[in-house]
Each structure stands twice: as structure tokens, then as C-alpha cells.
Design a protein around this ligand. Structure first.
Ligand code: FE2
Ligand code: FE2
Length: 473
């Protein structure tokens, strides 16, 4: 009994949503209470069998907003479909908007199970015959499957076109070729196109309000027109270059293991965004004297650690996607800043490792884990002298094994098999990057400009020294 009460308590919102969804469909027929109750039980059973398990995973477990957005779209879907069927007709693709939004903002699995749920409940409530049920089910499933291929806004219209053609064929098929209504045919053909425009139009508002982004808009975030990236490229060009390299590595690795490559790429661009606040303290931006030479190691650690805090603040202020906000602290997890820890030890200070630890949390999803690995590998690659394929491979294996042994990846969902595939991808990307640095054959060129002798001498000296340190912070 206690278990049942706990289950109801934990899933109270789910029950409320099922009830509300059913209520929205049943409003004119409330007189038949027993039918209503039976329907409610059926709806709940389908909900928990089909949909609930799909929601018990990341990122639903990280952010309540994912539940709220899912519930809002589902309820809105019930309500809208009811109006469309009543005002336009069954063959007007009533679930196009909610299913398209679900596949764009969540994933194709969730969109598919919701399609099945919608079809069964809708058929029960509207007493649809087998053909009606088959239409709603296949129409919604087709919307979900086509939606999973959407990468640009225009693809939503393409998906609508296919759904419209499918509806038309189904409509003509069920008429037995007797009474084709031209007006009705035109509406069936054009209404999904109108729905695609509504979906595209409403998407940015949903994303801004919920901070849950589709891949279409994640991709747009990563271009240089974004004010945060522009600021980073101007104030901390070294960090911007580093972030671009991390993005290349993370994208390739995510693609290989079947994680979200677009999320990995975009989050990598923003992972060190906090460094634009005090860029001159970070090794990739140090061209003159290293300010840490004159600072106590503990103070250096606090300054370096501050890029995480500043990054989160900037990301929140600019309403960046929730998962990108998560990557900012998670790309360092609870790792120790070894360079400053050893410096402190060498100075005879008796501070423990924990004093030089980032405050975490550890990566909570695969893409965050990949970015942690790509970040460390990129830093180590920059300090490599005379890289060869063998040296790159050994370095990648050592960096990834080190992080794994520190148990930083325990909560990321990455398996050892994933790590092997990631290491292979990192090695390939780094090797192709290093290989492209071919020396051009020298040509006699008459110089027309001459820089002063010492203008770069001092800078090069400092660069060499900082390169040795950069893998550490
Ligand atoms: Fe960082
Ligand atoms: Fe970084």
C-alpha cells in the first residue's frame, strides 16, 4: 500500500496531466461518467507504459523544466487537435504541431511514444473506426520520423509537405473515390504547411522561455554573431581558438558514439565563456609576463576557478540553453588544478589537494563528459613538441585514462567502450590538425615592411614558457 501511495505522490503531476488531457477531450460528453473514468484509467495505463520510461533519463532528471515543457506541449496538443478535428476535420494532420515540437525539443523516441498515446486516446474518445485510428497513428508517426531529420528551419516545411501528401492519399483512399470535395482536399493539402509556419514561428519563443533548445537553434547559437562569442573572440582570442579546437574534437567524438554532436559542438564554444572577464590570467591568452609568477598558488587557483562562476553568470544572463549552462561547471568537474597544487607544495605550503579542487559537479551527461575530455586533450596537445601519430595516440590515451581514474566520468553515462571510440576520434582529429602544418618551400621575397628587432623577441620567450604550463590550467 505504501508503495502505491509513494508512486502516486511521486507521479502526481503525471496523473494531473493525464486527467487534464482527458478532460480537455471530454468536455462536451461529461454526462457519461463511467466512460470518462474508464478512459482515464486506460489513458493512465498507456501513459505509464509508454511515455514515463522515456522521461526517466537525462536531461529530464537534471531539470524539472523538461517535464514542464513536455506536459505543456502534450496538453496543448490534446486541446489543439480537438479544435482542429471539430473545425476542419480529421484529415487535417491534427497532431502536426505538438509532434514536431516534441521531436525538435526532445527526441524522436519521445515523439514516437507520444504519437502512439495520442492516437489511442483520441480514437477512444472520438469513437474513431479502425481507419481513423490508423490515419492518426501513421500521420503522427510520419511527422515524428520526418521531424528527426530536421536540421534547418526549411526542413520543417519539407516535412509538412510529405505529411500533407500522405494525408491526401489517405483521404482519397477512404472516400472510395466517390465524393471528392475539392475545398476539403485543398485544406488537407495546405493545412500542414500552415502548421509548419506556426511551429517554426513559435519555436524561438518556447526556447527563450524554457531555455530548452532544438538542434536548429543550437546551431545558430554557435556562429560568431552571438554577442558572447564575439566578446570572447575580441577579449580572449586565445580562448576562442581553444574553444574552436575543443568544439572540433567534441563534435567528432559525440558523432562517433551517437551522442548529440550539435549540442557538443555548441556547448564547447561556450564552455570557457567566463574567461572573457579577466582573459590575461589564462595561459592561452598570456603573451607578456605571466601574472601568476607573482601570485600565491592558492590565489591563482581562486582566480582561475572564477571563470566557471563568471561563465555561469553570463550564460544565465543571456539565457543560454540549460545544458550549455551545465557544461560550464561540469567541464572541470571536481578535478584538481595540479599545476598550482604542486607549485604550492614546492613552496613548502601544507595545503591539501582539495584546496585546489574545482567545485563541480562532475559531468552529468555524455556531451559534458566528452567536453571535459576534449578540453584536457586540447590543452595537452598544444604543449606537445614534435607531435607524431604515436605520440598523439599515447597522449590521448594517457589524458583520458587519467580523467577516468580520477572518477570524474562516473556520472556522465560514458562507458569504457565509448572512451575507446572517443580516444580514436580525438587521435584522428589531432593528427589531421598537426599534419596540415606543412612547411611551404621558401621563395625569395623582397621585404617591403620591417618590424623593430625586439618587438616579438620578448613575446616568443614568454610563449615558450607558458606552453609548458598550459596543460595544467
Ligand atoms: Fe575551463
Ligand atoms: Fe577550456
Amino acid at each position: 500500500m505504501k508503495k502505491i501511495i509513494d508512486f502516486i505522490r511521486q507521479n502526481l503531476i503525471d496523473f494531473a496531466v493525464v486527467l487534464a488531457g482527458f478532460f480537455l477531450l471530454k468536455i462536451p460528453y461529461l454526462s457519461n461518467i463511467s466512460l470518462f473514468l474508464n478512459g482515464y484509467v486506460v489513458a493512465s495505463l498507456i501513459w505509464f507504459a509508454l511515455i514515463r520510461p522515456k522521461m526517466d533519463k537525462r536531461p529530464f532528471n537534471l531539470h524539472r523544466s523538461y517535464f514542464y515543457l513536455f506536459y505543456s506541449i502534450t496538453l496543448f496538443g490534446f486541446f489543439l487537435a480537438k479544435i482542429i478535428v471539430r473545425e476542419i476535420g480529421l484529415y487535417a494532420s491534427p497532431f502536426f504541431i505538438p509532434i514536431t515540437l516534441l521531436v525538435l525539443l526532445f527526441d524522436v523516441e519521445i515523439a514516437i511514444v507520444t504519437s502512439i498515446f495520442f492516437a489511442i486516446i483520441f480514437s477512444l474518445v472520438f469513437n474513431l473506426d479502425a481507419l481513423g485510428f490508423a490515419f492518426i497513428l501513421t500521420n503522427s508517426l510520419l511527422t515524428a520520423l520526418l521531424g528527426s531529420r530536421i536540421q534547418k528551419r526549411m526542413h520543417v516545411a519539407r516535412s509538412a509537405l510529405f505529411v500533407a501528401l500522405f494525408s491526401m492519399i489517405f483521404y482519397l483512399f477512404q472516400l472510395h473515390r466517390v465524393d471528392i470535395n475539392l475545398m476539403e482536399s485543398l485544406v488537407i493539402l495546405f493545412i500542414p504547411i500552415v502548421f509548419s509556419i506556426v511551429s517554426i514561428g513559435v519555436l524561438p519563443f518556447i526556447e527563450y522561455a524554457s531555455m530548452i533548445y532544438s538542434n536548429v537553434d543550437l546551431m545558430e547559437l554557435s556562429n560568431l554573431n552571438n554577442s558572447l562569442l564575439k566578446l570572447l573572440s575580441l577579449r580572449a582570442p586565445g580562448t576562442y581558438y581553444h574553444s574552436s579546437m575543443v568544439a572540433n574534437l567534441a563534435e567528432a567524438a559525440a558523432q562517433r558514439i551517437g551522442a548529440n554532436a550539435i549540442l557538443a559542438r555548441t556547448a564547447a564554444y561556450f564552455h570557457d565563456i567566463g574567461k572573457s572577464k579577466r582573459p590575461y590570467f589564462y595561459t592561452e591568452n598570456i603573451y607578456e609576463k605571466n601574472p601568476h609568477d607573482e601570485l600565491n598558488p592558492k590565489l591563482s587557483h581562486l582566480i582561475i576557478q572564477d571563470h566557471v562562476k563568471s561563465g555561469i553568470e553570463m550564460a544565465k544572463r543571456n539565457r543560454l540553453p540549460l545544458l550549455i549552462q551545465d557544461v560550464i561547471p561540469q567541464h572541470h568537474g571536481t578535478r584538481v588544478q595540479k599545476y598550482f597544487y604542486h607549485k604550492s607544495k614546492d613552496m613548502g605550503e601544507e595545503l591539501s589537494e582539495n584546496e585546489f579542487r574545482y567545485s563541480g559537479p562532475k559531468p552529468q551527461f555524455k556531451e559534458a563528459g566528452i567536453i571535459m575530455l576534449a578540453d584536457a586533450v586540447e590543452a595537452a596537445a598544444r604543449s606537445m613538441k614534435n607531435p607524431t601519430a604515436g605520440r598523439i595516440k599515447t597522449m590521448v590515451e594517457e589524458v583520458i585514462s587519467g580523467i577516468y581514474n580520477e572518477r570524474e566520468l562516473d556520472e556522465s553515462g560514458l562507458t569504457l567502450k565509448d572512451l575507446e571510440a572517443i580516444a580514436e576520434e580525438f587521435t584522428k582529429v589531432l593528427f589531421s590538425m598537426f599534419r596540415s602544418r606543412i612547411e611551404y618551400p621558401k621563395e625569395e621575397i623582397k621585404k617591403v615592411i620591417n618590424l623593430a628587432e625586439d618587438s616579438l623577441g620578448q613575446q616568443n620567450e614568454n610563449e615558450d614558457r607558458s606552453k609548458k604550463d598550459q596543460a595544467s590550467y
